[in-house]
Design a protein around this ligand. Sequence first.
Ligand code: BGP
Length: 482
Amino acid sequence: MQLVAFDRRRGKERIREMNLKYKFPAKFWWGAATSGPQSEGRFYKKNDNVFDYWYDTEPQDFFNRVGPNVASNFYNSYKEDISMMKQIGLNSVRTSIQWTRLIKDFETAEVDEDAVCFYNKVIDEFLKQGILPVMNLHHFDLPVELYKKYGGWESKKVVDMFVLFAKKCFELFGDRVKHWVTFNEPMVIVEGEYLYQFHYPKLVDGKKAVQVLYNLNLASAKVIEVFHKSVCAQNGGEIGIVLNLTPSYPRSQEEKDVKAANFVEDFFNRSFLDTAVKGKFTESLVETLKKDNVLWESTDEELKTIHDNTVDFLGVNYYQPRRAKAKEEPFDESKGWMPDKYFDDYKLPGCRMNPYRGWEIYPQAIYDIAINIRDNYNNISWYLSENGMGVEGEEKYIKEDGSIDDQYRIDFYEEHLSWLHKAIEEGSNCFGFHAWTPIDCWSWSNAYKNRYGYIAVDLATQIKTIKKSGYWIKKVAAQNGF
Ligand code: BGP
């Protein structure tokens, strides 16, 4: 009897699979991404990161004055949260190990035993639920102590302390975690902290920005070196980096606009992509920085480390495209060098926008990214590690049964996935799709303004409810397509 029922069900599944418009490769990752500082809350954390400190000193900078103290309470509710992730069919999830939670003393990398116990429980719970944990080592969460003492990522001493932290992570958790990430969006550290003032310490200093860009590349390569020599790698573990590759399209095909867009690519994308995959900095970028007298300080030994230690896989976060045009006014260098010397941002008239986040919606860029990786980056294996639609005031879409009808998010994902599918059909080596984010989480100075999750969080009660998109991804994951 049971067998008949089972066969009927399989039969139906097969028919559904045959009817799919977009079928993805076997073992495709259908998951979502979050991070420690955005989900755990500060509970029992022995050290503060730059965001904890910024919130404690300038809470007015955060949307509705909501800080990272509770976030989505993952520290206390990780079991229930992971079980909800399982319920919506995710087969893989990325989060991060917080440097400021795991490590008590940054100079010696002495660990905090409570934190070790916490991360062990989290990893074991993911595995018990059949969800592949992808562990990232840095999601903008620099210990504030290291900023105050050494200038944070401006210092190569901090690079070495980060390597000590990473080594500890591999030793403690590498027996179970097989997929590691050195950094999430390192370019955002450069932009937010040193150029455009949207992350603490909100500096505007192009020269320092360039050194930080270099030091982050060095840190990633040094961590990869340690990883590849560790038992984790011998046991089949892999390490990658997650980059926000925002393709930059020129306003027109006129030479000056193309040149401007090409510089944007060099500075904001290739400065991490070329090093991560090919082990070397883009020549045209190095030439420009040298000419402008702002090139980083490097040694031959460091450049060899960067050259010899490239990633095993790539994660690409994509939210919005970037558009550039030639400068309309000459750049005023009296306040110092900035990459903006070579381009102006360009807003495409009439483009589709996500009004809450102020970001253009352009799904086709996924295809362009995928083909670029295929043709210019050795067709390295990669996954779409973040993609998402942040919406403010989602409560207005609550249905009678209490769940949120976020059809707009489903449409957004289907459109992006259709372009990804096309690129895979054409040979791009993509192995997964992670949405931002499994459960609504705290998002830096935007706090809880825009919600992204498959699962909603009621901030006052911390009650979590699956949205319509959560049921959608469950079906997509089960069918391996849609
Ligand atoms: C990405 C970050 C995430 C998250 C997301 C949404 O760039 O990796 O950490 O913050 O953006 O951000 P926001 O809420 O600011 O729209």
